[in-house]
Design a binder for this molecule. Structure first.
Ligand code: NAD
Ligand code: IPM
Ligand code: MN
Length: 371
């Protein structure tokens, strides 16, 4: 059947708070637009750990296994210190990315005009910002071996990790970047540290070779990662598609959040390989984490999670018009003045997480009625 299965995993910290709002949005699309889907909620993190000894209990594993798309909230926070490292590792987000080979992590950065007064960067820098970071998500220093902590003969401790990239690991994610660029402004900027790191030398040479062989119609540039961090806040409009490795992409995407106004605004999609039926496993989650400093207060911005639902509608459910509708509704809620604390100007009214969800649902009704 064409019924899409979605596993909803709120997780820890503000994860469940923001995910509750995206779940309302998903329900709206099921009921009001007839998008065929079933939602299965599953627990992750400290709560199931205390009850069962597992952060990712069997029911959650099964829900994700059968799912076409996983809607993920967040993991982490101080209370999770109670979970021993082995139990945490047995059910980690990194393990999930690895298990489903979710190698292509798309993190779109869009500056909403309505936010230019509250954003940390000047409106003149933000106007028109619209780019996508594609972060390699299943290799690099996050997964390279050997890794570990050892005690040296003189009693010092030494922690070590291995940055590594192979031809195939590079080419498949860079291919995704070139293909995405062809649907946009046809520009790819590859970010590396090829002046220092051998992994980056190989990365850059593979990018150049793939470009010459198959994507010479796409404009390709290269940038060192330190300069890229600076250029993202100096002149973010120069970028269309940026492609980079795992750890550089992690750091640059939080940095790029400032080109959208707030980390709470950024969605993401993590995509696996296409199988023989043309399907691919996908996990959708906001870029932010569990935000322990604001968790439990009902004030987190749910828009990063809600915009991840738009990515799910577009990329898993093949509903581009519904994805557009949701993005328009978010823009309309923002231009109508809806603001959580992270995107509010001094003195402006601040909505709760739930009220921001209400604002998006109202905007969905209104935008849908106009169309
Ligand atoms: P964080 O992203 O949780 O928070 C960074 C800052 O941004 C905080 O001040 C927070 O309040 C703010 N913020 C984040 N999301 C927000 C939102 N939706 N609305 C308003 N403000 C928001 O990063 P951190 O504090 O470095 O990490 C906290 C925990 O989250 C750590 O355990 C980390 O490992 C984990 N983490 C998990 C994920 C994930 O699940 N994908 C991602 C990043 C960090
Ligand atoms: C992210 C997070 C994760 C990462 C953490 C929680 C492992 O920061 O999704 O950006 O580093 O990939
Ligand atoms: Mn991160």
């Amino acid at each position: 059947s064409n019924m899409m299965k979605v596993a909803v995993v709120g997780g820890e910290g503000i994860g469940p708070e923001v995910t509750a709002q995206s779940q309302r949005v998903l329900n709206w699309f099921a009921v009001k637009r007839g998008v065929p889907m079933t939602l299965r909620e599953a627990q992750y993190g400290i709560i199931p750990y205390l009850a069962t000894g597992k952060v990712m209990p069997p029911d959650t594993v099964e829900a994700m296994e059968e799912a076409d798309a996983i809607l993920w909230g967040a993991t982490g926070g101080p209370e999770t210190k109670e979970v021993p490292a082995a139990a945490r590792k047995a059910g980690s987000l990194l393990g999930l990315r690895s298990k489903y080979d979710l190698y292509a992590n798309l993190r779109p950065i869009v500056a909403h005009p309505a936010l230019s007064d509250s954003a940390p960067l000047k409106a003149s820098v933000l106007t028109g910002v619209d780019f996508v970071i594609i972060r390699e998500l299943t290799s690099g220093i996050y997964f390279g071996e050997p890794r570990g902590i050892e005690t040296l003969a003189d009693g010092q401790r030494r922690g070590f990790n291995t940055e590594q990239y192979t031809t195939d690991q590079i080419r498949r994610v860079v291919r995704a970047a070139f293909e995405l660029a062809r649907t946009r402004r046809n520009k790819v900027c590859s970010v590396d540290k090829a002046n220092v790191l051998e992994t980056s030398v190989v990365w850059r040479e593979e990018v150049i070779a793939l470009h010459a062989a198959e994507f010479s119609d796409v404009e390709l540039t290269h940038m060192y990662v330190d300069n890229a961090a600076m250029q993202i806040v100096r002149e973010p409009r120069q970028f269309d598609v940026m492609v980079t490795g795992n750890i550089f992409g992690d750091i640059l995407s939080d940095c790029a959040a400032m080109a959208s106004g707030s980390l709470g605004m950024l969605p993401s999609a993590s995509l696996g390989p296409v199988d023989r039926f043309g399907r691919r496993k996908a996990l959708y989650e906001p870029v932010h984490g569990s935000a322990p400093d604001i968790a439990g207060r009902g004030i987190a911005n749910p828009l990063g999670s809600i915009l991840s639902v738009a990515m799910m509608l577009r990329m898993t459910m093949n509903r581009p018009e519904d994805a557009d509708l949701l993005e328009k509704a978010v823009a309309s809620a923002l231009s109508g003045g809806a603001r959580t604390a992270d995107i509010a100007e001094a003195g402006a009214k601040r909505l709760s997480t739930q009220e921001m969800g209400d604002a998006v649902l109202n905007a969905l009704d209104n935008v849908a009625a106009r169309e």
